[in-house]
Write a protein that binds this ligand. Sequence first.
Ligand SMILES: C[S@@+](CC[C@H](N)C(=O)[O-])C[C@H]1O[C@@H](n2cnc3c(N)ncnc32)[C@H](O)[C@@H]1O
Length: 259
Amino acid sequence: MSIQVNPDWWKTMFDEVYLLTDARSVCDQDLTRREVDLICELLPIRPGHRILDLCGGHGRHSFELYDRGFLKCTLVDYSRHLIERAKVQAAENSCSMEIMRSDAREIGLRSNSFDHVCILGNSIGYQKRKEADRQIFNEAKRLLCSGGWFLVDVTDGAAVRKSFRPLAWHEIEDDIVVCRERQLIGNSIHAREMVLSKSKGLIRDNTYSIRLYDAHDLEKSLEQTGFRHIKVITGQTPHRERGDYGFMNHRMIGIGKKI
Ligand SMILES: C[S@@+](CC[C@H](N)C(=O)[O-])C[C@H]1O[C@@H](n2cnc3c(N)ncnc32)[C@H](O)[C@@H]1O
């Protein structure tokens, strides 16, 4: 039986449980540093540049960039929980970055107001219609100033298909077990995720679906958005230890310039 998915799954999934289930990828400071090292290698980022971390979750890349002296960072994400958490972290560290909750398809910010827009950590392909990703890319381009750079870091669909595993599970410390069942349906992966606490019982039983891009699709999407000087780099894996990190395992990075 195929896994049924509520098309709005992405509106509620990114909460405190996500920060547990994906902690190996999104709460690992060393890994985030390596990701930011790569961003700084690929983009001509200079102190004083305005950087938008779009679909930036709890802001791990923004905070790392800010700590490196890139003080004009803006974090945008849809998740109320993650945005509230980022605001608390910013207040605790007297960090002046702008943090706002918004849908990436339509953000209430002025056009031409950023030197770089980044979408990191596999944050596209969540909505059923491919048009939604196109809207997000168009919005990124609108917000960039001319000469600005867009960077998107997404799961490499070809690599995911090659190493596809229908079942995966991992433990978090002594108490939590995360079990994932996956189906490859057309161009998407549908997944059911059960999160169990050995002491408290079932914490989550949810489904989600993510559309896969291969390098050619990503390049075409960047081209159709109107970016130039496009490059897609495959074979990226920020994890040092082998393991099944879901969509965070095999990544590719696309960059393009707004002319
Ligand atoms: C896998 S998380 C990655 C978060 C962050 N980029 C990172 O690497 O830690 C995906 C994020 O994309 C956000 N997201 C997905 N679709 C969005 C949309 N249409 N508008 C704003 N945020 C969105 C989710 O709320 C979630 O925080």
